[in-house]
Design a protein around this ligand. Structure first.
Ligand code: A2P
Length: 271
């Protein structure tokens, strides 16, 4: 009921998914993915860098849910390896026939060098769609100049505190889906007094308020939790209604410089 967003290559991506960053490979990760699928999530977001593709794949295959109904994202770790071979290895670790989305995890070494091999991975059927993560608007523009197959999505840190309005506007104009990781500020935003006040006023939890804010801002959002009860809670946002005053109070928390599209002031979040 939370719906999908259109990707510009014709596929669709669910608006709410499970993130597994910092969920260690093994039983905890399998339990988290199983709980998410049970709660109704149909988007699971992993990465080569997280080291948990084995568990993610195991839980997806054990769920009995048809592969076509689940959207699986993984990300290429730009550490000198070959993106195409790395995609083959991800598909193998996941134990799936294909990826739905394969992202360049961050623009280290420049925003364009990995792209031809991501295009190759798409053409070879290893992945349906390709995209990026942690790219600024400038980096996306540079990539668009050389891309034969477009990046359909940019996944970035996005929350009321790091609103990235400029990047959001750039993506909207380009037809690129913006996807929010760490919508809870890795947990830090949950104790913010404004977030807590709105949670109390609406009768929902701080996590639900923050996830619903991202949803209402039109992005795809992938909260991380390894806890089955919290995983269920984070997906139960269909009846969270944030009125204009609440949305504006959350918008006012932005500390990312308003219209700046840059990732961080120094432009290099990983350094
Ligand atoms: P846990 O995995 O133990 O549930 P983000 O998505 O912004 O990166 O935030 C992830 C962090 O927030 C994790 O530490 C996670 O802990 C915690 N978290 C996720 N969902 C909730 C929730 N509904 N209530 C409280 N903490 C949560």
């Amino acid at each position: 009921a939370l719906g999908n967003l259109d990707l510009l290559d014709g596929w669709e991506i669910p608006r709410v998914g499970l993130g597994v960053w910092q969920t260690p490979d093994g039983p905890d990760c399998e339990r988290a993915v199983a709980a998410a699928l049970e709660a109704g999530y149909r988007l699971i977001d992993t990465a080569q860098d997280y080291g948990n593709e084995l568990s993610v794949g195991r839980a997806i295959r054990a769920s009995g849910i048809p592969r076509e109904e689940i959207f699986v994202t993984t990300k290429f770790r730009p550490d000198g390896r070959q993106p195409f071979t790395a995609a083959q290895e991800s598909v193998e670790r996941l134990g799936l026939d294909y990826l739905d989305l394969y992202l360049v995890h961050w623009p280290e070494g420049g925003p364009t060098w990995a792209w031809p091999e991501l295009e190759q991975a798409a053409k070879a059927g290893l992945t349906r769609s390709i995209g990026v993560s942690n790219f600024s608007a400038d980096e996306m523009a540079e990539l668009a100049k050389v891309a034969e197959i477009p990046a359909v999505l940019n996944q970035v840190y996005f929350s009321p505190f790091v609103h990235r309005r400029g990047l959001a506007e750039f993506c909207e104009n380009a037809g690129v889906v913006l996807q929010a990781y760490s919508p809870l500020g890795t947990g830090d935003h949950l104790t913010d007094p404004v977030v807590q006040r709105i949670a109390a006023e609406t009768g929902h939890t701080p996590a639900q308020v923050l996830i619903r804010w991202a949803y209402d801002r039109g992005v795809s959002v992938i909260p991380k939790s390894a806890n089955p009860a919290r995983i269920t809670e984070n997906f139960a946002i269909a009846d969270v209604h944030l009125d204009t005053a609440a949305l504006e109070a959350l918008d006012a928390l932005d500390t990312s410089g308003g219209t700046s599209a840059a990732m961080y002031p120094n432009g290099k979040w990983w350094s």
